[in-house]
Ligand binder design. Structure first.
Ligand code: PLP
Length: 389
C-alpha cells in the first residue's frame, strides 16, 4: 500500500474553511487558569443563566415517556406548528408549518441556508464586522464574502453602500440583527432599505436573528416580514441565546420553497433531524411566558450599563449596544492591533476579550467584551483594568 499526497488530501471544498480564532483565546485563558491565575472572562458568547427548569423537566418527561425514536427529519409536527405560530405572531412572518424546519442550533440552519442558496464563484454581501463563522460558511460554498461596513452603510446610506459592493456575481445578503459583535440593531427603515435592495437586485437574504429576544433600544424587525421578502428570505433562529440552551443544539429555520427543499436535503443527509426528546423540550420552551424575557432583558440591561460606563470611564470608548450581549469598544488607546490589545489586557489585568480583527477588517482596533456574566465578574474585571492598565 502506498500513500500519495494527492490521495491523502482533504476535499478541496474545505481549503478555505478555517477554525475559529476564539478557540485560541479559550486555550490561553485555560493556560492562565492552570497557572492558578484568576481570569475575568469576557470572551464568551453564552447566556449567563442556566436553562429554565420547565424546559429541563420537559426533556426528562420525554425520556421517561420513551419519546426517543426517530421523528420526521424536519421536526415533530407539534413543535413545527408552535414555531409557525410564534413567527407569525412575534416576527410577523407569514409562515405556515411547511415553512418551518427544526435544526441543530442556529449554526446548522445557517450552514444549510448558505448551502441551499450559494453556488461556487458567487459573492455574498456580509455586513461587517460580522459573526466570524459566516466567512467559513460562505467559503464552504466555494464562494466569496464581500464585506460591507455597517458603519459606512449607516452614515452614507444602505442602497449606495450596498450598490458599490454588488457585481454580476452577487447572490445573497447575510443580514444579522441584533449583530454579533457590535450589538447593532438595524432599524425598520434600514431593514426596508436592505429589503428594497434585495428585491431590486434579485438577491436572496439569509437572516440571522439569534439574538432577537435581547433588544434594549428600538425594535427587532424580521426582514422576512417586509413586503415581498418572505419568498426571498431564509431566517435562522436558535434556542441557544433566548433560553440559555447553547449546549442543547436546538434551532429552526423559516423559508418557503424552493429553499425549504434545500434545507430538508441538507438536514436529511447530515444529522437526519434533531434529537426527539430535545424537540419535546423545545416545545416547552416555546410555551415560556413572555414576562420571562422582560426579566431577562432587565438583567442584561443592568450588565450592559455597568460594563459600558466602566469601559468609557477607563478610556475604552464604547457606543451603547442596542441588542445582544456584547460591548465593542475602540481599543486603539491600548494598541491599534486588536490582537496585541487583547493580549495586553489578558497579561496585565487578567481580562479576557476577543480581538476585533477576528470579526473582519472593520472590527480592527476594537475588542469584544461579553457582559453576559455575573455583576461581580464585571465589577472585578473593570476594577482590574482600572488598576493595572
Ligand atoms: C450571530 C450568531 N448567529 C448564530 C449563532 C449560532 O448559535 P447556535 O449555533 O449556538 O445556535 C451565534 C452563536 O454565537 C451567533 O452569535
Amino acid at each position: 500500500m502506498s500513500t500519495s499526497e494527492t490521495a491523502f488530501r482533504l476535499a478541496a471544498r474545505l481549503d478555505r474553511v478555517g477554525f475559529s480564532d476564539i478557540v485560541n483565546i479559550r486555550n490561553r485563558v485555560m493556560e492562565l487558569r492552570a497557572r492558578g491565575q484568576t481570569v475575568y472572562q469576557f470572551e464568551g458568547g453564552e447566556p449567563f443563566t442556566n436553562t429554565p427548569e420547565h424546559i429541563k423537566e420537559a426533556m426528562m418527561r420525554a425520556l421517561r415517556e420513551d419519546r426517543t425514536r426517530y421523528a420526521p427529519s424536519s421536526g415533530i409536527q407539534e413543535l413545527r406548528a408552535a414555531i409557525a405560530e410564534k413567527v407569525r405572531e412575534q416576527n410577523h412572518i407569514n409562515a405556515s408549518e411547511q415553512d418551518v424546519i427544526v435544526m441543530s442550533g442556529g449554526m446548522q440552519g445557517l450552514f444549510a441556508a448558505f448551502q441551499s442558496v450559494v453556488n461556487a464563484e458567487d459573492e455574498v454581501l456580509v455586513f461587517s464586522p460580522y459573526w466570524t463563522p459566516v466567512k467559513d460558511l460562505v467559503a464552504h460554498c466555494r464562494a466569496t464574502p464581500i464585506l460591507v461596513s455597517t458603519e459606512t452603510a449607516r452614515s452614507e446610506g444602505f442602497m449606495e453602500t450596498l450598490s458599490r459592493s454588488t457585481t454580476e456575481a452577487t447572490r445573497a445578503i447575510y443580514y444579522n440583527t441584533p449583530q454579533n459583535p457590535t450589538g447593532t440593531v438595524f432599524t425598520r427603515k434600514e431593514a426596508e432599505a436592505v429589503a428594497r435592495f434585495a428585491r431590486d437586485n434579485d438577491l436572496i437574504v439569509i437572516a440571522d436573528e439569534a439574538y432577537e429576544d435581547i433588544v434594549f433600544d428600538g425594535e427587532h424587525v424580521s426582514i422576512a416580514s417586509l413586503e415581498g421578502m418572505f419568498e426571498r428570505t431564509i431566517t435562522c433562529y436558535t434556542f441557544s441565546k433566548s433560553y440559555s440552551m447553547t449546549g442543547w443544539r436546538l434551532g429552526y429555520a423559516i423559508a418557503p420553497e424552493p429553499w425549504m427543499t434545500g434545507l430538508k436535503k441538507m438536514t436529511l443527509y447530515s444529522t437526519n433531524g434533531v434529537s426527539t426528546p430535545g424537540q419535546w423540550a423545545a416545545l416547552a420552551a416555546m410555551a415560556t411566558p413572555a414576562d420571562f424575557f422582560e426579566k431577562l432583558r432587565a438583567e442584561y440591561l443592568q450588565r450592559r450599563d455597568l460594563m459600558l460606563s466602566g469601559l468609557n470611564e477607563i478610556g475604552l470608548k464604547c457606543e451603547s449596544p442596542a441588542g445582544a450581549f456584547y460591548a465593542f469598544p475602540d481599543a486603539t488607546s491600548i494598541s491599534t492591533d486588536s490582537r496585541t490589545a487583547s493580549e495586553i489586557l489578558l497579561e496585565r489585568a487578567q481580562v479576557a476579550t476577543v480581538p476585533g480583527i477576528v470579526f473582519g477588517i472593520h472590527g480592527e482596533g476594537h475588542l469584544r467584551f461579553s457582559f453576559s456574566t455575573s455583576i461581580e465578574t464585571i465589577e472585578a474585571g473593570l476594577d482590574s483594568l482600572r488598576r493595572k492598565l
